[in-house]
Design a protein around this ligand. Sequence first.
Ligand code: CU
Length: 172
Amino acid sequence: MNRKRRLALALGAGIAPLLVVTMPASPASAHGYVSSPPSRQAQCAAGTIECGPIKWEPQSVEGPKGLTSCSGGNSQFAELDDDSKGWQVTPVGSSQSFSWKLTARHSTSTWQYFVGGRKVAEFDDGGAQPPETVTHTVNFGGLTGKQKILAVWNIADTANAFYACIDVNIGG
Ligand SMILES: [Cu+2]
């Protein structure tokens, strides 16, 4: 066996286990976030606001179902929970469309929208696979003024959800 052949075999043996380990990780890094009106992580990604690592993966705010924080409990994204960071506030009417940009179309149980801990809208997909862009029209039910909307995407086949906060001024 010549030297080149031996090297190729050694490289092949070394690379194969790496592929096995890294391949399942890539779908997990692709999920979704609210792009319009621009959510906090969308503003980070667009450079509207100076942010840390969330800037590179606005779709990755994933955490267990049932959380109420903008960061989904991810300490590396904790700045999303900071209400005083200067987030851009979108003026909206008494109802508004919200669009999710999905980088992985996970089968979905529900989409939920909360204001101040109160659920204002829920859309049940019954486990269906969503398209790449999902839009819901949410009625704010008489709420007015500056509000922080917590949007939640509940995944059907895992224990997790994706979280996004959108700052709005209702009737503003
Ligand atoms: Cu995902």
